[in-house]
Write a protein that binds this ligand. Structure first.
Ligand code: SF4
Length: 338
């Protein structure tokens, strides 16, 4: 897998200004700018920033206002403040030379494990993982990890997997290959598996779970309920239930939902309640719906039945039924997912 990915990266790598050399200062600035911002947006900002602050010294001796001015429009200004503070630390503590040790890099302001890993591997060729959302998604799919990637213990497990994968390989090319694969092929929605360089060993592809994984369910706050909400279909019909009188949304129709931790548990709960088998087809969307006194976090998945059962309706019939607003959003998301 590593060899295929690295070869693919070397032949297809995207052309970015921060990929023209391995200067740690350049990589640092680009990685900070790329946090929460797309590559297309970052390119002109990156070029302008480096023109004005070509090295640590120039950045450290600028005023914070000057740095903010160069950051204007990029958002998340805390990043600019951190960069400015870190430049001053580098100047004072490391004589203006960007630190080499992983822990020293990690101790700079605004640098977490992912950014420290990216700088260490790309600038210095160190065998350190750089695990971000892309990597969590790809590894979860590749190894068919059905656990919740929002949990720290699952993230640690994936970190260890990557650590082993890069051992004795070009970690810089591997980490950047994962970034490119996640951005262009193994995308969050509708991954392009037929064009994927690591498809041969990918278990999610083999088991047709690439549209289901990863499971990514964030911890919820009080007053919030997290559901797996199921669009259950057989041919052109949808399975709906009517809410019982007396409760929230009484008498309104809606999709089945359980407050379970994954779509795999949804299948078991549905089987238990309705004695019917379901096949998980795809993750559709995560939807938040706020009521006056509580919030639903609905993780919407599409499931298929192997035969028609009672309480199934066509779209025309659903149009005539009183559907809850929350589940109207769910249906809309499903219909626009094609
Ligand atoms: S085969 Fe598909 S799911 Fe597997 S890594 Fe490639 S793009 Fe992702």
């Amino acid at each position: 897998m590593q060899k295929q990915l690295i070869k693919w990266y070397q032949e297809n790598k995207r052309d970015f200004p921060w990929r023209k050399d391995q200067d740690p200062y350049h990589i640092w600035i680009s990685e900070i700018m790329l946090q929460q911002t797309t590559t297309e947006t970052v390119i002109p900002y990156y070029n302008r920033f480096l023109k004005n602050f070509p090295n640590v010294e120039a950045l450290a001796s600028a005023s914070l206002e000057e740095v903010y001015k160069m950051w204007e429009g990029l958002g998340y200004y805390r990043r600019a403040k951190h960069i400015h503070e870190s430049a001053q630390i580098i100047l004072e503590k490391y004589q203006g030379v960007f630190p080499y040790e992983y822990d020293a890099i990690l101790s700079l302001k605004g640098i977490g494990e992912y950014t420290a890993g990216a700088i260490s591997s790309i600038a210095y060729g160190k065998q350190v993982p750089a695990v971000d959302g892309n990597v969590l998604r790809i590894i979860s799919r590749y190894y068919l990890i059905k656990e919740n990637i929002a949990e720290t213990k699952v993230q640690k497990k994936i970190y260890q997997i990557v650590q082993e994968l890069i051992l004795n390989h070009d970690a810089s090319a591997y980490n950047q290959g994962m970034m490119d694969l996640g951005a262009t092929i193994c995308k969050p929605v509708h991954p392009l598996c037929l064009e994927c360089p690591i498809q041969k060993g990918c278990l999610a592809f083999k088991k047709k779970q690439m549209d289901v994984l990863p499971i990514n369910i964030k911890k919820i706050k009080k007053q919030e309920i997290s559901y797996i909400t199921g669009i259950i279909t057989y041919q052109n019909k949808y399975f709906l239930i009517q809410n019982p009188p007396g409760g929230l949304l009484e008498n309104l129709y809606g999709f089945v939902q359980y407050d379970v931790e994954s779509p795999y548990s949804f299948v078991s709960s549905f089987q238990e309640e309705y004695q019917q088998n379901l096949i998980i087809q795809a993750h559709i969307k995560d939807i938040k719906h706020v009521f006056s006194h509580r919030t639903w976090r609905m993780h919407v998945y599409h499931f298929i039945l192997d035969k028609e059962i009672e309480n199934m309706y066509t779209l025309e019939e659903i149009n005539q039924l009183p559907l809850s607003t929350a589940h109207m959003k769910v249906l809309k998301a499903y219909l626009s997912s094609f």
